[in-house]
Design a protein around this ligand. Structure first.
Ligand SMILES: [Zn+2]
Length: 158
């Protein structure tokens, strides 16, 4: 079994915008979850303040076909929202993974399935052989997808 240390991520960024700040510990945790779940999709929230991610809330994927879609388990979703509210954070992004070999962009279904347009999409997209996981963050503005840079930091920025 591959260790966490061997997890690799490739950042996909195209335009200048305020970066998302993602602590490495959180990134490594989600990368390991993506790998364990492959070829199924995983999902959850990144919460924090502004664009600084403080915590990930992994949510079980209860989609009927988790091999090509995700659907957040409602009680876990509610508990995450309650915790985020308690700390005065907000949901910065919905993250989910794609099956190996699929594009690192939100699909139309991803965008339509997200009721809050201020919430970004973070996509984990393993290559076909699953060895590299592409990572991208996207905001949707006026029906355009804007790639948001991701700044991986060694420790959380509070
Ligand atoms: Zn998707």
């Amino acid at each position: 079994m591959e260790s966490l240390i061997e997890s690799r991520a490739r950042l996909v960024t195209y335009v200048l915008d305020d970066p998302l700040t993602l602590p490495r510990g959180i990134l490594d945790d989600i990368l390991s979850r993506v790998k364990l779940a492959m070829p199924y999709e995983i999902c959850g929230y990144f919460a924090g303040v502004g664009r600084s991610i403080y915590r990930a809330f992994p949510i079980p994927n209860v989609a009927a076909n988790p091999g090509d879609s995700f659907c957040m388990e409602p009680m876990a979703q509610l508990n995450a929202l309650i915790t985020v509210d308690k700390y005065d954070w907000h949901m910065i992004a919905v993250y989910h993974s794609h099956p190996p070999g699929k594009r690192c962009y939100p699909s139309l279904r991803d965008i339509e399935g997200q009721p809050d347009p201020s919430c970004m999409h973070v996509i984990f997209a393993p290559t076909a052989n699953g060895k590299i996981i592409n990572l991208g963050a996207f905001a949707v503005r006026k029906n355009n997808q804007i790639a948001i840079p991701i700044n991986v930091v060694e420790s959380p920025v509070y």
